[in-house]
Design a protein. Sequence first.
Length: 107
Amino acid sequence: MPEDLFERRRKHEDKHFYERDQELIGKLRAKAEAERRERERKHRKESHWMKCPKCGSDLEETPLGPVKVDKCTECGGIYLDSGELEILLAAEKRGSLLHRLFKRSDK
């Protein structure tokens, strides 16, 4: 009888530690996955940050009126950040080339 009780306790203890280990392993895996995603995000940002989408060369900030546009050092492409086109259009005189090219129709 006492052996049977001892065996049941041991099985219950084994089950408890197995479940606890599985929970800890799950947490470690989740942490490792989050760290991997963060490293991947940083790598993508570093490899594409201030790079020309056309030729892959470096971009440099160049002042153009009230904003700084990103200009490619190789192909000369000019790229605007979000909202910069609107700022440039507002700063330009009505009827200028920029305004005529990019104006929005109010229809």
